[in-house]
Design a protein around this ligand. Structure first.
Ligand code: CA
Length: 233
């Protein structure tokens, strides 16, 4: 599973992309404008970005970034994951512009979803797959190693703790209810005592050295659920 950001101004095309890649098991976000794209990239830290080059102006008429400009802006904010351009332009010159701006691949429209899927997977493989390492100041979460690494100590995570932390990292900024966590992380349908979630959150929080009163990673929203608020640095 990878986290994919699509930028495409044609709603129908965007819907098709989101539907197809969600069905493939990926976590997908879609934006129609540069502003939205940058905001989503900042918030959700996707593993790969697929950018349409030619974008119409945004609803307010002020947002006229094209795919190239979005790519440049993403790179300037430190986004170092693969970028693939989707475009109707086919000239060599256009491709060169894209590569100069830090694109990794290029697909011309009309494209086949299966080919795009193959290219996305190839790019992700080359980039080392979906992200597994997340740095928060001196705390590093390494999902592949099932570990939270502090300068003086490494805390190992159990399978469930790792899955829980992975889900938090994939849904940062979102408020997650205990029911949703039970469903998505534990695979329970419903009707299970929710104490399980709290116990695991407590352990994960401890391993992150987070403090429930003044959290910097996982915030408790009483009567609602939890929210991952950690900021990567
Ligand atoms: Ca377009």
């Amino acid at each position: 599973m990878a986290r994919i950001l699509f930028v495409e101004d044609e709603q129908a095309v965007l819907d098709t992309l989101i539907k197809f890649f969600t069905k493939e098991g990926h976590e997908v976000w879609g934006a129609r404008t540069g502003t939205d794209a940058l905001e989503l990239a900042d918030r959700y830290k996707p593993d790969i970005a697929i950018l349409d080059v030619m974008l119409q102006e945004g609803p307010a008429g002020v947002d006229a970034m094209d795919g190239y400009e979005i790519c440049k802006a993403l790179r300037e904010t430190g986004f170092d994951r693969p970028v693939i351009f989707l475009t109707a332009r086919t000239t060599e010159q256009d491709k060169l512009v894209g590569f100069e701006l830090g694109a990794d691949d290029y697909m011309t429209k009309p494209f086949s979803l299966l080919e795009l899927k193959a290219r996305v997977e190839a790019r992700l493989r080359r980039a080392g797959g979906a992200r597994s390492i997340f740095r928060f100041g001196t705390t590093t979460v390494d999902l592949d190693q099932y570990a939270v690494v502090h300068p003086d100590k490494t805390e190992k995570l159990s399978n469930r703790e790792r899955d829980l932390l992975h889900f938090f990292l994939s849904n940062r900024g979102r408020i997650l209810s205990r029911e949703e966590l039970l469903k998505k992380v534990w695979g329970y349908k419903s009707g299970i005592a929710t104490r399980t979630v709290d116990t695991h959150v407590l352990t994960v929080r401890k391993k992150l050295r987070d403090n429930a009163q003044t959290p910097i990673f996982i915030e408790t929203l009483h009567g609602v659920g939890y929210q991952f608020i950690g900021k990567e640095s």
